[in-house]
Design a protein around this ligand. Structure first.
Ligand SMILES: *Cc1c(COP(=O)(O)O)cnc(C)c1O
Length: 412
């Protein structure tokens, strides 16, 4: 492995030593075991060794925390109305944990290790009012004994009100996260970097040692989460023998997940085509965004060569049409997979739309859909969902009434 001596301060100065003292045979033996198999190995820091195909990337993180339940399962997803011979499989990153469910935990395993290595006493991050990333960050922070400050973006009408206890917000608030609300207008005018800088400055003035995590945990360090996920998929394929995937499909919000998958897929033996379905910005934004992320790791690659971005945003970020929500409900009822309304639901909805509009593009292909979690976001859509539910009834207890009468007669 290449040891990089010009590692910026993001990465521990003890990196090389940690790597030398890591016990390689152990890593191999436990590579495909659940994270919590060994007593004390969950929420523990461990030295990090990248896959051999990624060791030319730079910088390489020195260590990571075990925060999720990995590997997550991959299984066949029997979606209705697929094109001729098309198979869809699903990687269940929604099962990476309970409160830590979803894709953000993979990034946080690296980000939290860095925060601790830098001697931080709190973390700052930013996201939408129902942000999965903010909830996962609040959780991971407490696991590693850090305080958590969240800047949450809400509508202008609600910015001066108590934000309530729905979905992700309930969990973030249970965890004692400090919450600063800003309006969507303020957010787009000031920007996430200036907002986190401002809070960072205020906390520094109070003598705190904050560590800032960019929106969605998407930066070059967080990217390692999905580079590592590619190693996991590679190992799962090797174990299973004959499954090979032609396409990987994933929702795209801040770009880190699709960037890590695309980079990993390109560098590893996978060589699978990666499609990101954007739930917020236009595709052009994400080609640049992914480019910035992979440049940050000195990959030397062009985002247009390794990823294809398609538009799935519909009405806009975190907004749903009735058709999209009905899709989430129908897929749950048909397949047992509960998608989230903001990310995976929109990505799957667009993917199936594209499959029905352009069947020849997908015919005979094996597709791996990465379910990135986000279940708690459904609680925010309860009112909109309620019109789809009809089948319930008062239970008929007539038999018990007769049985009781008979019982009374017997004992008389
Ligand atoms: C954040 C998020 C995504 C998008 O991942 P990015 O790395 O931000 O592009 C997808 N699904 C869910 C459930 C998320 O919370």
């Amino acid at each position: 492995m290449v040891t990089n001596t010009s590692i910026p301060k993001l990465f521990s100065p003890h990196a090389a030593i940690r790597r030398l003292t890591s016990t390689a045979p152990n890593r191999v033996a436990f590579a495909v075991s659940p994270a919590a198999a060994q007593i004390g190995s969950f929420i523990a820091e461990k030295p990090y060794t990248p896959p051999s195909w990624a060791c030319d990337l730079s910088p390489v993180p020195s260590h990571s925390f075990t925060l999720g339940q990995f590997p997550t399962p991959i299984h066949k997803w029997n979606l209705p109305n697929l094109p001729e011979g098309t198979e869809v499989w699903i990687k269940r990153d929604d099962l990476a944990g309970m409160e830590l469910s979803g894709n953000k935990v993979r990034k946080l395993e690296f980000l939290m290790a860095d925060a601790v290595a830098q001697g931080a006493d709190c973390v700052i991050t930013v996201g939408g009012i129902q942000s999965n990333h903010c909830r996962a960050t609040a959780m991971a922070a407490k696991y590693v004994n850090l305080d958590c400050y969240l800047i949450l973006v809400t509508s202008r009408l609600l910015v001066d009100e108590d934000p309530g206890l729905v979905g992700n917000l309930l969990v973030s608030r249970l965890l004692g996260a400090h919450i600063d609300l800003v309006s969507k207008g303020e957010f787009s005018k000031i920007g996430s970097v200036a907002l986190t800088d401002l809070l960072n400055k205020r906390l520094l003035e109070k003598g705190r040692k904050p560590y800032v995590i960019s929106g969605g945990g998407s930066n070059s360090l967080g990217n390692w989460g999905y580079i590592e996920a590619v190693r996991e998929i590679e190992e799962q394929i090797q174990l299973s023998g004959d499954v090979q995937f032609d396409d990987i499909v994933v929702a795209c919000g801040s770009g880190g997940t699709v960037a890590g998958l695309a980079l990993g897929s390109q560098l590893s033996s996978l060589k699978t085509k990666v499609h990101g379905f954007s739930v917020c910005y236009n595709p052009g934004y994400f080609y640049n965004n992914v480019q910035g992320l992979i440049d940050g790791l000195q990959s030397g690659l062009n985002s247009h060569d390794i990823v294809s971005i398609e538009d799935a945003k519909g009405l806009g970020y975190a907004m749903n049409t009735a058709e999209e929500l009905k899709f989430v409900k129908d897929i749950a009822a048909a397949t047992g997979i509960v998608l989230d309304p903001v990310y995976s639901g929109k990505a799957a909805y667009r993917m199936l739309k594209d499959m029905s509009n352009n069947p020849t593009k997908w015919e005979g292909r094996k597709v791996l859909f990465v379910h990135t979690g986000g279940l708690l976001g459904l609680y925010d859509k309860v009112d909109q969902l309620s019109s789809f539910f009809g089948s319930w009834q008062r239970m008929d207890l007539e038999e018990f009434v007769h049985a009781k009468k008979a019982l009374v007669r017997c004992s008389a």
